[in-house]
Each structure stands twice: as structure tokens, then as C-alpha cells.
Design a protein around this ligand. Sequence first.
Ligand SMILES: Nc1ncnc2c1ncn2[C@@H]1O[C@H](COP(=O)(O)OP(=O)(O)OP(=O)(O)O)[C@@H](O)[C@H]1O
Ligand SMILES: [Mg+2]
Length: 340
Amino acid sequence: MSSIIHVQDLVKTFKIYHDHKGYLGAIRNLFDRKYDLVHAVDQINFDIHPGELVGYIGPNGAGKSTTIKMLTGLLVPTSGEVRVNGYIPWKERKTYVKHIGAVFGQRTTLWWDLPLSDSLTLLQHIYEIPDPLYKKNLAMFREILELDAFMNTPVRSLSLGQRMRADLCAAMLHDPKLVFLDEPTIGLDVVAKERIREFIQFINRERGTTILLTTHDIADVAKLCERVMIIDHGKIVFDGKLDHLLRTYGGRRFLSVQFAEIYPEPVLENADIIKMEGNNVVYSFMRDTVSASHLIHKLSESYRIADLEVNDQPIEDTIREIYEKQLLYNHNHDKKNPAS
Ligand SMILES: Nc1ncnc2c1ncn2[C@@H]1O[C@H](COP(=O)(O)OP(=O)(O)OP(=O)(O)O)[C@@H](O)[C@H]1O
Ligand SMILES: [Mg+2]
């Protein structure tokens, strides 16, 4: 199957100027302007196939938004190649945007002072959406996203959750083949997040829309994405199934035991004691090394147990460990010798 998004050796480098201050400084700036280079996106490669819903994650400043801005044609790459649905985004932006939708959670793409309904009408004209399609989509999104209560409210007065639903509607009105979502759940409460997730899933499943989703909430990815790409310091450090990522790096489990009496040192082979308070002890162990049932069996041979519980490490913690320890650098072919 051919890809709908093709990214090859993509680079975006920003120049940050340090200007000399004052009047004389202004003159110096003319011939001696100092700058630093920020390698926001540093030689990335990936392909996305039609109908995929891919999670694009990474720590703050990793290069996610910069990537999305290049894919939507808002930024021109320093070098490399981007082809989306047959277009070079920044070259053919006017026609290109009719085929894509984009939501930037950090700022709205709607007109701040206009009532939502007017913003949507304007978009119909900009995207040249035929009347029947516009009416059909608007009716559907009004219902699913529950927009009716604030259709006549100026966008600037909408709550964050309402604004996000409005932006999602605006991004989908013209039936785009592809949608770029940059933090569509940022700052929302649990219920609002869930509603947005359901909408994203609906668009992907029912319409086969290809979606690239950026988020800091790993629950978004766990719920929605089979495939995940992790970017860090401008480089893609993982691209594969979320399952695989968690199996490889998230194998840690916890066994919490309440003993029937206090034991001074209830050691257990293949498991570390990470917490001990009276007769309550928490062990940590790796899924690949030993099974929970084996550990429980061993414990009960030597000690009297009142109660116990086994838990997996939460996905959030696994991902945080990956960011913090830069575990994945070992898997990155051009960083064979991790600096840390
Ligand atoms: N217009 C710009 N001028 C200079 N530097 C920029 C510009 N835009 C982004 N950067 C820098 O590029 C790097 C990547 O930024 P980017 O916004 O892509 O990160 P991100 O992964 O989206 O982070 P976050 O999770 O915080 O949104 C950062 O170091 C940022 O400061
Ligand atoms: Mg960002």
C-alpha cells in the first residue's frame, strides 16, 4: 500500500539571533550578527498509510509542533522532503489545505470575535464546500460534539472544552482525507477528553480519515493509536506498535504484600523490595524474568501472608522513564554510544 504521508530526511533549523543592544549595537548588528542554531527537527523519516491513526509523542520542545507545521504547510523545511496526499504542503498551500484539517490545541483557528456559526459559514466559502455536504456535516457535528448551546457565542467567550469542540468541527467540515491534531485534549477535564477521543475515533473509523495526533496525555494514545512515534531532540527514537513499546520497556510489575506478621527482611529472589512499612511490603519485578505466581508461591513457602495484589507499571510511568533515561537512544542507529 502506498503511503499518504511521506517524510524523508526532514530538517528544520531555527536561527536565534543575539542582537547587540543600543544605538552602536544596532550598527554592529548590520555586519556582526550572532546567532545560535536550534535543530528543532533533525533528519526524520516516516511514512503513514491511508486510514492510520498515529500518535506522535515526545517531551516538551522535542519537535512535534514543528513537524506538524511543516506537514500542514505553515513552515518551510530547512531541507528534506514532505509529500502529503501528493502535495508538497508549503508549495501548494492554497489547494492543499482543502484536503487536510488541522487543530492546534494551543490556539484556535477560528475568528476570535465572530460567533461560532459565522466562523463555520466563512469556512464553507473558503474551502468551497458544496451546500449539501456542508449541511450534512454540520448537522452531524452539531449533534456529536454538542455544539448547539454555543453556536451563537463569539469564539473568544467559549470555554476551552467548547472551543476545542468548535475547532474540531471546523477542521472536519470539508471531509478532509487527513487530519493533523496538535494537542487536541490539552487542558481539558477527564470527561471532555473522553468526548474528544470518541470523536477522533469516530472520524478515523467511520470515515477512514488518516490522523496524526500529538499529545502529552498518554491515555489518548493508549485509547486511540496502534502505532506511536516518539520524537526527542528532533529525532525519531521509536516508531512502532504501542504494544511493542510497552512490552519492551514497560515490563515492570509490582507485588504488594500484607504479611500476617512483621518479618525483618522478607527477601525474595528476582524481586526488589521498593517499600516496607511494618508488615506491608512492595516488591518490584520484571515480567520477563519471573512470573507473579512463582513469586507468590515462593513467598507463601516462607512467610504467612494476609493479603496481596499485583499491578503493572502505569503506561505514563513507562513513557516517562523512556524520556528521562533516554532508553531508546540505544535503539537509534545513529546514536550507538548514548551520551548519558
Ligand atoms: N519559530 C521558532 N523560532 C525559534 N525556535 C523555535 C521556533 N519554533 C520552535 N522552536 C524551537 O524548536 C524546538 C521544538 O519546538 P516544538 O514546538 O516543535 O516542540 P514540541 O515538541 O511541540 O513541544 P511541546 O510539547 O512543548 O509543544 C524548541 O526548542 C523550540 O524552542
Ligand atoms: Mg507543541
